[in-house]
Write a protein that binds this ligand. Structure first.
Ligand code: G4P
Length: 516
């Protein structure tokens, strides 16, 4: 009897904890202000002492991700990380996505681990290419979007025109949650359309010209634009819009308060066999990111897992979905702006880092006992294929191991030609090749170069076992195995690929591989 009571108490606690989880990412075009907004958000959440700690002025980032020289040198964010902080009674997990489009696969996987995205738009530029792409990824999963129109302290497009652009350009209904008071140098704060509160950044009298303009605009807003609708937001059809200036810290609190009020709590997660609800008592988690050598002094390898349901406790035994093996979870970790901490317990929505030596891979499912595999974490067929040329033949073994580790991390895809020739790496963007080269040198002491290949396309091949074997034999010089040992056909052109598909109607050629 007492056990039942404990169970009830536990499940009530799990529900409470889950209800206050907010797991989100910020999506934007480079330069729209993602870094600045992240700093301000973390500061509001008390995660960092002073704005500017994420990236000090005059210097590019000084985040934990500093470990990677190439990132610093190029001033781009290459790695995905998570930052946890508390605000307004909620636990926020902010997942950082790489800004550069060459890392789109990494970004895609990160977006499979969030419940909501904040779309940052530059008020002068409107919707830009990368914002649109990232938005489309969110739309595939119906992820609710909150819009932050940034840089209102500069010359901006007309606010109604910006809302129109979102509405028609992205086929997304907009519902302004706040309205800007003043523009450009005279941008003075925001008016909350729901509470009718003014959050001025400077003292304004009712007779101030900006307040008069505001009153006129509000009439139009209220007549022309739909009120916030929770259901449409949850379904990803309508976005509440906030105006602000990350730099001047205007509108940031509006945004955070909104995420507390209606930022969605953890959503359910599809698996091969069933949909797993976040408030189920048994713990389930999905590995969406692997990061090796975060600390160059300790060759560590961190798997980032999003908890999809229940409660994780340190020391619990987990079942590894891909192998069916059990292991004890000794050192799950939380990440904050600048440091990490052992996670004694965590709930659905949270992201924990699990140190491991290569057992965990992207797409892996972890459960307490159930045999379950989450779906939706994809590998995309690479668009650029290069053969790796090793400068020092003595390092062949080291290179093999390093390539496997970096491929498991998702830095590149690795294809081992069945004819025994040197490995081929596949990437979506060339910057990934630079990262591979620099990390092989810096972390493994292996110098490599790249050689072109006759291939421009890679496709995973599935089908009847005997037919696949015959196909592999006939096309041996164009066949390779990926990191999981799955067969891949490398084609020199789209024409060649089509011909192969026509000649082999019993086989299927895929440009996306679901992993897990
Ligand atoms: P990103 O991560 O999306 O690439 O953008 P980031 O925050 O780095 O911002 C890009 C530039 O825009 C930075 O200027 C930043 O200071 C500026 N910025 C961000 N938010 C605002 C805002 O609300 N108003 C104005 N006026 N500017 C903003 P920078 O000159 O490239 O860098 P810095 O020298 O200021 O660090």
């Amino acid at each position: 009897m007492s056990e039942t009571l404990t169970d009830t108490a536990l499940s009530a606690r799990i529900s409470d904890e889950i209800a206050r989880r907010r797991t989100f990412a910020i999506i934007s075009h480079p330069d729209a202000g993602k870094t600045t907004l992240t700093e301000r958000i973390l500061r509001a959440g008390g995660a960092i002492q002073m704005a500017g700690n994420v990236r000090a002025k005059g210097e590019r980032r000084r985040t934990r991700s500093d470990w990677m020289g190439i990132e610093r040198d190029r001033g781009i964010s290459v790695v995905t990380s998570v930052m946890t902080f508390e605000y307004g009674g909620c636990i926020f997990n902010l997942l950082d996505t790489p800004g550069h489009e060459d890392f789109s696969e990494d970004t895609y996987r990160t977006l499979t681990a969030v419940d909501c995205a904040v779309m940052v738009i530059d008020a002068a530029k409107g919707i830009e290419a990368r914002t649109r792409k990232l938005f489309e990824i969110c739309r595939l999963r119906d992820i609710p979007i909150v819009t932050f129109i940034n840089k209102m302290d500069r010359e901006a497009q007309d606010s109604f025109a910006l809302l129109d652009e979102i509405g028609s350009g992205l086929a997304l209904d907009t519902s302004p949650a706040t309205w800007p008071i003043g523009r450009a140098a005279k941008f003075a704060g925001t008016y909350d359309l729901r509470t009718r509160e003014v959050r001025p950044h400077e003292t304004l009298s009712q007779s101030d010209e900006r307040m008069t303009t505001l009153a006129e605009e509000l009439e139009l807003v209220e007549a022309a634009l739909p009120p916030f609708d929770r259901e449409s937001f949850d379904a990803g059809h309508l976005t509440p819009v906030f105006f602000g200036s990350a730099m001047k810290e205007i509108g940031v609190i509006d945004l955070l308060d909104a995420l507390v009020a209606y930022g969605p709590a953890p959503r359910s997660q599809p698996s091969e066999s069933r949909v797993v609800a976040a408030d189920e008592p048994d713990m389930t988690a999905l590995v969406f990111k692997i990061q090796a050598n975060m600390d160059p002094n300790h060759r560590d390898r961190m798997a980032f897992a999003r908890i999809c349901s229940g409660r994780l406790t340190r020391g619990m035994r987990l079942r590894h979905g891909r192998t069916g093996k059990q292991f004890a979870l000794h050192t799950p970790q939380f990440f904050f702006a600048r440091d990490r901490q052992l996670a004694e317990e965590a709930f659905a929505g949270d992201v924990v880092g699990i140190p491991n030596h290569g057992t965990l891979r992207i797409g892996d499912t972890l459960t307490e006992t159930e045999d379950l595999r989450f779906t939706g974490v994809p590998h995309f067929a690479p668009e650029i294929l290069r053969r790796v040329r090793l400068d020092d033949a003595m390092k062949a073994k080291k290179l093999r191991q390093a390539l496997v580790e970096l491929a498991e991390e998702g830095v590149v895809q690795l294809f081992r030609p069945q004819d025994g020739l040197p490995p081929i790496v596949g990437v979506v963007g060339t910057l990934q090749l630079d990262v591979l080269q620099s990390r092989l040198k810096g972390e493994y002491g292996v110098a490599i170069g790249f050689e072109s290949t006759p291939y421009t396309l890679a496709r995973w091949v599935t089908g009847d076992k005997a037919k696949l074997e015959t196909f592999s034999m006939v096309n041996r010089s164009a066949m390779a195995d990926d990191i999981d040992g799955d067969p891949v056909f490398l084609a020199s052109s789209a024409f060649m690929m089509r011909r192969m598909a026509e000649q082999n109607p019993d086989l299927a050629f895929h440009d996306i591989k679901q992993i897990g």
